[in-house]
Write a protein that binds this ligand. Structure first.
Ligand code: ADP
Ligand code: MG
Length: 684
């Protein structure tokens, strides 16, 4: 019996080369090896029939190689083709499929005529032949003593590991499972379980029925989610132990600001401001997320909070992800706050501006872009920090911004609605305020999907709207023409639209322009001098021009769902009806389904859920930000119950043993104190 916490070197069945191969992917102990879970399973008790036409899903075939050829291409590349026939043990049926590999000069060394193979892949048809490109292939060895773990059973298929074949890996794990001490498997992660951990490990690798895999997966996901949630809960409690400054007792400026408003704050805005005030007045530093769909009025909430801060004589700073947005915020802030005599400074790297006489240090509010991190911005006493569209920043950027202050209160804002499961995962260490209500007096917004639309009709519609004094965005996925993608770009579009809209002024804005140029164009659009703006997704975040009511998105399938929702949030901001046309020539069913979601609903949460379903959590959140890259069970991340249980258990453990030094000390080793991984200053 081998104990699972022993290092793999101790296990005599492994060669030192194999130990090194495992070490290279971070597998050092028996536990690590047993938790190298299969990517999928293949039911090798019965194989799929040889196909007679292309398949939309992968098939699993068993057959013999009857012919194999290497082909060279002029440019130095090459292909290797193996023709495989239906049947086992030399008894062939009639089915025939060609396996094909490109640019893999060594394939011919391991697969050749006469081999019996098991293969997995999607079948396509090309010049009358059925082909699987780059199939996953395993050669069946004759007289294999361990054949019973590879064949006539449900076999695990692992992620390929350099230096160890699929076949050998399966053998190693099988042997390890049979020789490892069950007791030591059970000691790992001592959580309440449905089935003993050693049994679950067997089921995970060598199940008798596929249902056993599903059950075991849930159990291991529970472990994994627990560790993740424990880390999140730990960070939150650590953050709350820090001593911050109680501010926000004086409300002179806030009252004045409120009195000057020409409209009422929404109930959601009032509620959020109250929540923030309570946080500021406590010595626990605030660590709050303000979440609200596009146009829900987050800026004013941030402004109110910043006013409270400066009334307590600390500086307040707001960081926005684009120059365009920082500029716009500066203007908005000046409009509302210059009458109150508040000193505001804009820092964007290309230019600084201020609404007062005096030096930068005298600023009460500082608004800027990433420049706030890199430039020699010297804050005199930064006590309150706001990060707008926070998902656009990297973790370390957020952290280094926060570190410019002395335990500042932190408000992060996002317009990306997040399904509650992911909320718990990614923002689990934050308190959350939600703006679930839009300011009144907003026009309706109609979104229409146009597949293969006639240009003349689109042009006519845009012209009609412009003639009524409205403005339009004409959005493209790319700035310049690209050779690989045959898409019309913003610069092409600009020329075309100038010809189409001869009576109107058309502008162009994209990320590659100099910032002065961007500012200039945006200014003219805001003032109405430019009627139609050809743009890329630079206008995605935050841009606020109330008279713009039309948006045409070209090649809409190229954008993400959440991104399109953000984009269309740019229109219908005033009282007039907004129209968003999503143009596509795509025939892809998934792409069309995605776009139809936008036609159907304007509810940010519903869209977020759909996005999660269609793309998976890693893509939705960006792996760096979420830290979910290391998770093995991301497909179960949508399981709210599973996650909520994990969180509840984590909270309970920390309540019982806040420092994880007593009854739950086992778990202390599973806390990763990555300064970079949280909003905590690194000194913590
Ligand atoms: P977002 O949440 O997308 O950042 P903004 O803060 O840009 O939204 O607000 C969108 C628009 O709504 C702005 O023009 C803002 O001045 C306006 N607004 C915000 N709150 C209210 C309110 N309570 N009543 C009317 N208009 C509001
Ligand atoms: Mg905003």
């Amino acid at each position: 019996m081998v104990a699972c916490d022993e290092r793999l070197e101790k296990w005599t069945l492994l060669s030192s080369r194999e130990v090194a191969a495992f070490a290279a992917v971070g597998l050092h102990t028996g536990h690590d090896l047993l938790e190298y879970f299969p990517r999928r399973h293949e039911d090798r008790r019965r194989f799929d029939a040889f196909p007679t036409m292309p398949t939309s899903a992968p098939v699993c075939l068993r057959g013999g190689v009857i012919d194999a050829t290497r082909r060279r291409f002029g440019s130095g590349g090459g292909a290797y083709e193996a023709v495989v026939m239906d049947g086992a043990g030399g008894v062939f049926g009639s089915g025939k499929v060609t396996f094909r590999w490109f640019n893999m000069p060594h394939v011919h060394k391991w697969i050749a005529t006469g081999h019996q193979v098991i293969a997995y892949g999607k079948v396509k048809e090309q010049s009358g032949r059925l082909i699987i490109d780059h199939p996953e292939v395993e050669i069946i060895r004759e007289g294999d003593a361990m054949a019973s773990i590879h064949l006539e059973r449900i076999a695990p298929i692992y992620k390929n590991l350099t230096g160890i074949s699929q076949h050998r890996l399966r053998e190693i794990i099988y042997q390890f499972l049979s020789q490892a001490c069950p007791q030591s498997m059970r000691q790992r992660h001592p959580l309440p379980v449905d089935i003993p951990r050693d049994v679950a490990l067997h089921h995970m690798h060598f199940p008798e029925q596929l249902e056993q895999v599903a059950q075991a997966r849930r159990q291991f996901a529970r472990e994994e989610f627990f560790i993740m949630q424990l880390n999140v809960a730990w960070r939150k409690s650590r953050y709350h132990q820090q001593l911050g400054r109680a501010i926000g007792q004086r409300t002179t400026s806030l009252k004045q600001f409120h009195a000057n408003l020409t409209f009422e704050l929404t109930d959601a805005q009032k509620r959020s401001i109250k929540e923030i005030v309570a946080d500021l007045r406590s010595t626990r530093p605030m660590h709050r997320l303000l979440q609200g769909d596009v146009g829900s009025g987050k800026t004013l909430v941030a402004m109110a909070a910043m006013l409270l801060a400066i009334d307590s004589n600390v500086q307040a700073a707001l960081m926005a992800p684009t120059q365009l947005l920082a500029e716009q915020h500066y203007q908005t802030f000046c409009r509302f706050l210059t009458p109150l005599g508040i000193r505001i400074l804009l820092k964007t790297g290309s230019q600084d501006r201020q609404n007062y006489e005096g030096d930068a240090q005298a600023a009460q509010m500082i608004i800027g872009t990433h420049a706030l991190l890199y430039e020699s911005v010297r804050f005199s006493d930064l006590g309150f920090v706001v990060i707008d569209e926070q998902h656009k920043f990297g973790v370390s950027q957020r952290a280094s911004f926060i570190q410019q202050g002395r335990m500042p209160h932190v408000l992060v804002m996002t317009a990306t609605p997040i399904p509650r499961t992911l909320m718990m995962t990614v923002y689990g260490d934050l308190d959350v305020s939600v703006l679930d209500e839009k300011p009144p007096g907003r026009g309706e917004l109609t979104t229409s999907l146009r597949v293969n639309a006639k240009q003349a009709e689109t042009t006519r519609f845009v012209k009609e709207q412009l003639a009524q004094g409205r403005q339009a965005y004409l959005v493209y996925p790319l700035v310049e023409e690209s050779e690989s993608l045959k898409l019309e770009s913003a610069t092409d579009g600009f020329e075309c639209w100038q010809k189409r809209l001869t009576k109107f002024r058309v502008g162009l804005i994209h990320g590659k322009q100099a910032s002065e140029e961007k500012d200039h164009v945006m200014q003219q659009f805001r003032s109405g001098a430019i009627a139609a703006m050809v743009s890329t997704s630079v206008i995605e975040v935050g841009v606020d021009v109330a008279n713009a009511t039309v948006m045409v998105v070209h090649h809409a399938e190229r954008f993400g769902l959440a991104q399109l929702h953000q984009l269309r949030g740019r229109i219908g901001r005033g009282a007039d009806h907004g129209y968003c046309l999503l143009l596509t020539d795509s025939k892809n069913a998934d792409a069309l389904e995605k776009l139809q979601v936008l036609e159907r609903t304007s509810d940010g949460f519903e869209i977020a859920e759909a996005d999660l379903r269609l793309r998976g959590p890693g893509d939705v959140l960006g792996k760096v930000q979420s830290g979910i890259a290391s998770l093995r069970f991301t497909d179960l991340l949508g399981d709210y119950v599973l996650l909520a249980e994990a969180r509840a258990l984590a909270d309970q453990f920390l309540l019982e043993d806040p420092a994880l030094s007593g009854k739950h000390q086992y778990w202390r080793a599973w806390i990763t104190d990555l300064a970079d991984d949280s909003l905590l200053p690194s000194t913590a």
